[in-house]
Design a protein. Structure first.
Length: 526
């Protein structure tokens, strides 16, 4: 013991301050993945600090560990800071030094003082952690461009109106709740109502787009089972979608800090492609779990809880994330980042704290209802509660022409269907309207993993709204639609090509389409 004391005294006497030395603090206490650090008076929020084991090696001749341990500062206090440990908390202990990264060290480690990840085209096709580390067993990533994981969103002057559609391949959405490139559209509903399926189908649908205009897709799995994420990745690979997709995963077993950071990592990757003038789509699955992780971190950091035990800035957390979705002006390259956040409700309660927060931030919502799901309606979209605030501005002229009346007709059908419970004696017109509504609902049903190109959707909906399918009962609509798709692909490919290229149904195209549909009805009805 006397030797150690003498050694400490000699080192203190020999120490002289050096120019450019990083500011250094000392870990006062650790627990639950949080380190309380004395000093670091110049530190800023979201800054990365390095827990330096040199103190231990010098005095106690501990074994050198080659893997550095970093911390993320989330609390600034009067006499120090609190940092969340990004790594094994057992390796950080009282008395350890915590260093701010110098500019030189930041450049060498490809990390700025603020938390950053490495991003570029080499991430496409990979599965990574929120810190940018590969977790797919294919070796380390070769991304080289460091970008801050949090940044200020683009202002109004740098943005352009949302006018280009992002086709989901799902008839009910593309016809009634259109999504534009640069929009933020919430997918909300109870557990097990098909929210993830809608998002995955949207990613699969991008394979139907021309390669030159195909968005880069980023799927962010927050708090999901690793087995579920592995199945989704396997499906994307089997369908050829991983060639334009990046998966960011922070599983249910991951620390809360990684679940908190995962959506920001996804937004950072999407922004990289947006700033290259490309289109990107990011799915946050789901932000309910990110909110829970943030609540956990906030309670550990002793921040005061607010409504429903969430910290008061949970709204700011989600707003600064979702505001990063944008359609950039031509002066900024014209790229876009579309966000599809997912929120899980409890027993359909959309008035709870987190759902109302995200609803108020986004540009509309797709509401999936458990009762419709249990009735067999897939996707289980409640047309009355679902809305797109961009609306027909993000539709092609072809889809706008054929789908204009669908939402109103379905709303009227719901009212008549409710009235039907109290009266069995209906006049002919009312009965016909109810049959037409049931026929349309059956037509809008769609299997998971079967997205349709928009020209096929437009032709099918045109057939339904123009009366060509009125002779078929609602129970046969799924079979009839399958035959119609096969028929149009085989014998009306020229018509579909005209719609695909012009993105509208002009008089000549409509004439050709009506001829083909007339032949189909004559053959099928016979």
């Amino acid at each position: 013991m006397q030797n150690i004391i003498e050694r400490i005294e000699r080192e203190i006497a020999a120490w002289t301050p050096q120019e450019g030395t990083d500011e250094v603090g000392t870990v006062r206490a650790t627990g639950d993945g949080i380190a309380e650090i004395d000093g670091l008076s110049k530190a800023v929020l979201s800054e990365v600090v390095l827990f330096d084991p040199a103190f231990d090696r010098t005095l106690f001749e501990a074994l050198e560990d080659p893997v550095p341990i970093y911390g993320l500062i989330l609390n600034l206090e009067e006499d120090g800071v609190q940092a969340v440990i990004l790594g094994d908390p057992a390796r950080v202990h009282e008395g350890m030094l915590a260093r701010r990264l110098s500019a030189e060290a930041s450049e060498q480690k490809k990390l700025g003082r603020l938390l950053s990840i490495l991003v570029d085209e080499n991430l496409i096709g990979r599965v990574i952690s929120p810190l940018g580390d590969a977790v797919d067993g294919k070796g380390p990533t070769t991304a080289r461009s460091p970008r801050h994981i949090e940044r200020e969103a683009y202002g109004v002057i740098d943005r352009a109106p949302v006018t280009v559609p992002l086709h989901t391949g799902i008839k009910a959405i593309d016809a009634m709740i259109p999504i534009g490139r640069g929009q933020r559209e919430l997918i909300i509903g109870d557990r097990g109502t098909g929210k993830t399926s809608v998002a995955i189908d949207t990613i699969l649908a991008q394979k139907l787009e021309p390669a030159a205009t195909r968005p880069v897709c980023i799927y962010v799995a927050i708090g999901q089972k690793e087995s579920k994420t592995a199945r989704l990745v396997a499906e994307l690979e089997a369908r050829g979608a991983m060639e334009y997709t990046v998966v960011v995963t922070a599983s249910a077993s991951s620390p809360a800090i990684l679940q908190f950071l995962a959506p920001f990592a996804g937004a950072t990757i999407g922004e990289y492609f947006m700033e290259q003038g490309k289109d990107a789509l990011v799915v946050y699955d789901d932000l309910s779990k990110q909110a829970v992780a943030y609540r956990q971190l906030s309670l550990l950091l002793r921040r005061p809880p607010g409504r429903e035990a969430y910290p008061g800035d949970i709204f700011y957390l989600h707003s600064r994330l979702l505001e990063r979705a944008a359609k950039l002006s031509e002066a900024k390259g014209g790229g876009s980042l579309t966000a599809l956040p997912i929120i899980e409700t409890q027993e359909g309660d959309v008035s709870a704290y987190i759902p109302t927060n995200v609803i108020s931030i986004t540009d509309g919502q797709i509401y999936l209802e458990a009762s419709l799901f249990n009735k067999g309606q897939r996707p289980a979209i409640n047309v009355g509660l679902s809305v797109s605030r961009v609306g027909s501005a993000a539709q092609t002229r072809a889809m706008k022409k054929v789908s204009g009346k669908i939402k109103l007709e379905l709303a009227q059908f719901r009212e008549l269907e409710a009235f039907l419970q109290f009266s069995s004696d209906l006049d002919t017109e009312t009965r016909n309207r109810i049959e037409a509504g049931r026929r349309m609902i059956a037509l809008l049903a769609q299997d998971n993993g079967a997205p349709l190109p928009f020209e096929m959707q437009a032709a099918i909906i045109f057939a339904a709204t123009s009366g060509y399918l009125d002779t078929f009962p609602p129970l046969e609509m799924r079979t009839v639609e399958a035959k119609l798709q096969e028929y149009l692909s085989r014998e009306a490919d020229d018509v579909l090509a005209r719609i695909r290229e012009s993105k509208e149904i002009d008089a000549e195209t409509e004439k050709m389409l009506r001829e083909k549909l007339g032949l189909f009805v004559a053959r099928t009805a016979a």
